[in-house]
Structure formats: C-alpha cells, structure tokens
Design a protein around this ligand. Structure first.
Ligand SMILES: [Zn+2]
Length: 225
C-alpha cells in the first residue's frame, strides 16, 4: 500500500490448481501455472486459493480469474517477500513481458500480516488483485491507482468481501475496502463530511490488521470454511 515506481501498492503470489475447479463454469481457465501461489504461511495460502475460487461475477476474483486464469501467456504469481517495510502489507508489481509472457506478481509481507484476521487478509489481497488488473488493462500509464480505486471501485471491493465474508456488516466491509486508501482525496472528503464514521472505520480496519485473539475467538470466518 505504497507507490514504488514499477511496484504498485499491493501483494500476493499463486500456484493455482483446484481439483474441484474443473466442475465450475470457469474450469476451462484453470491452467495450473497461470496463477502461482506459494506462501510460507499455508493458512494464508489456503485463504487466497479460496478467495480465487469464489469468483462470482461482479467480484475482483472473477475478473482476475477471467484475465490471469485464461491464458498460458499471462501469469500472476503470489509470494512472500522479506524486504518490505512494516507499513506495507503487500506490493503488486506491474507485469512485464518475459520470454513472450506477461508476468505480474504480488509480494506479501508475512511478518506484517501475521496477526491479521482472515477478513483483513482478504481485503489486502483483493486490493492487490485490483492493482494488478488496473495495470494490466492500461499498461505504462501514470494513473493513480488509489485515487481511482477510492472513487470508482469501492463497491467492487465491498461486493467481493461480501461474497467471501457474508457475516461482515456493510460498514465493516466498507471499512476494510478503504484499507490502503487512507491517503486519497476521497478519504479526506469522507473525514470532513462524516468524521465519526471515518474514525470508526479506520479503527475497525486497524483492529482487523492486528488481532491478537485466538483464531477460534475471532467472529469472522470465510464463507467457504
Ligand atoms: Zn495499493
């Protein structure tokens, strides 16, 4: 959730093969090596796989699966990365052509996310997926992804969280969707218009980012689990 030249504000890596995926409408796209996920934390890796499996129309996993799960010429990888500052949860790296293949990757700060809830982790990956998609659809441009996300894609983020975590309230989904977007003009406008709501949402997001409760005591759980 930062801007570093070719690095684009988010994170994640995947080796994607779901045995049951062949039974879904999208199975035709499930090439084993087009989305490669390899994370040290296997719970997080499973969460990402579940997230990508829940690719219903109108969600970010759906457009990622449609784009990066559809061709052996376009690759997305999701991996741990040890060199990220504590404040950066993940980074999405803009794709480049490598041996005739378009390759994008998401790098994950596993240390910074070690106490995060599943819902927060999902919000981070959705955010990074969106970076990857935006860069893929308009390469080599200087758009400010975060401003665009905050202005145009909050509902897409919220809908994606709703599919994965139906027990989250609308306000909680909105709070998590603002993750990484607190430096945008849209967020500043929200703070000016409704400071009480902004304070609540920011606090909720931070509590989900660092949650020291045992897993069994956390109220949030992925729908698929
Ligand atoms: Zn970002």
């Amino acid at each position: 959730m930062c801007n570093i030249n070719a690095l684009l504000l988010s994170f994640l890596c995947v080796c994607f093969y779901q045995p049951n995926f062949a039974e879904t409408a999208f199975s035709v796209y499930a090439k084993p090596d087009t989305i490669a996920i390899k994370l040290k934390n296997k719970e997080t890796e499973a969460l990402v796989r579940n997230l990508l499996k829940e690719c219903k129309p109108g969600t970010i996993p759906y457009i990622i699966q449609q784009t990066f799960g559809s061709s052996t010429e376009i690759h997305l990888s999701i991996n741990d990365f040890l060199q990220l500052p504590d404040s950066i949860m993940a980074i999405a790296i803009e794709g480049n052509v490598n041996r005739d293949k378009y390759v994008s990757s998401i790098l994950v700060n596993k240390e910074a996310l070690q106490f995060s809830t599943d819902a927060y982790l999902a919000s981070v990956f959705l955010h990074e997926f969106l970076h990857i998609y935006l860069k893929f659809t308009r390469p080599n441009t200087l758009f400010n992804d975060h401003e665009e996300m905050a202005n145009d894609h909050l509902k897409l983020l919220e809908n994606s969280l709703k599919v994965a975590f139906p027990n989250l309230s609308q306000l909680e989904r909105e709070a998590l969707s603002w993750g990484g977007l607190h430096a945008t003009s849209a967020w500043k406008t929200l703070v000016q218009k409704n400071r009480k709501k902004a304070v609540y949402m920011f606090g909720f997001c931070e509590r989900e980012r660092v949650n020291l409760l045992p897993k069994e005591n956390q109220t949030l759980a992925m729908a698929a689990q």
